[in-house]
Write a protein that binds this ligand. Sequence first.
Ligand SMILES: Nc1ncnc2c1ncn2[C@@H]1O[C@H](COP(=O)(O)OP(=O)(O)O)[C@@H](O)[C@H]1O
Ligand SMILES: [Mg+2]
Length: 280
Amino acid sequence: MIEMTRVIGIISGKGGVGKSTVAANLALALRKFKKNVLLIDCNLSTPHLSYYLGATDYKSTINDVLLGKTDINTSLYPYNGINYLPASVKFEDLVGVEVTKFKKDLLKLKKNLDFVILDAAPGLGKEALFVMDASKEIIFVTTPFVPMVGDIIRCKEVLGQLGEKKMGLVLNMVTHDTHELKSEVIEEITGVPVMGEIFYDKNVVHSMVMRAPILQYRPKSMASVGFMKMAALLSEVNYETPMRMKLHKLLRTIRNVVVPSPVIMPQSTEEVKKDFLSNF
Ligand SMILES: Nc1ncnc2c1ncn2[C@@H]1O[C@H](COP(=O)(O)OP(=O)(O)O)[C@@H](O)[C@H]1O
Ligand SMILES: [Mg+2]
């Protein structure tokens, strides 16, 4: 692996917030900006990426690499312009897997890669920690609610023991309803910059059922635009936000004024901290 390769771990405290969705679509969006990308399923106990991608005809897995059965360089599978290393869905392939070897395997990569995207298991167990350890950068995925945002504070404490890492945060399944925490509040509470906002978009669920990432299934959907914006930011290129996205956000704001929600989340960081995060 070359020094310039950006190894990014996609991390969250809670499962189901959208890590695998973000990992898959961010990898594909980076490819749209001509980046060389490797996507690795590091969620060994509950791997979902191959299903989400609709990838079936692979031969080797990360399990084989970690078991020393195959070399990482010969185990990569081409998928729509990116490189992909799946995890085995067979439970027996977990036996004897040594995750601590992963960092060394990454260093052996010969391909000229701009980005390596690691889809992690949730939480702070061994299976999430090896990804945090191997990553140079961390992207936290969270939904805009207190418990999941609180998880990030916990994850950050653990990360502090693994050396200096660049951190960013993606808010997923955002509807801009008033019961959600505001992006600015989340940024202040966690101390991590928000680098992306992905709208709640039913097309994402449809795409999963159809076994194709949203970026391919509905490239113009709100969620796809969110992923393109994120990839542009990471690639340091300009990306003009489509008018319909700006309009969508504006309509939400107007709706919140005209038809106020019965549940409203405190708008200031101080209030949120006092009410909900006093234990952190
Ligand atoms: N922005 C979104 N809008 C709607 N549904 C989403 C969105 N992001 C993810 N999902 C759905 O939420 C579920 C969990 O997502 P997933 O990426 O598997 O989370 P994780 O990897 O963190 O467990 C999936 O069914 C996925 O299709
Ligand atoms: Mg996942």
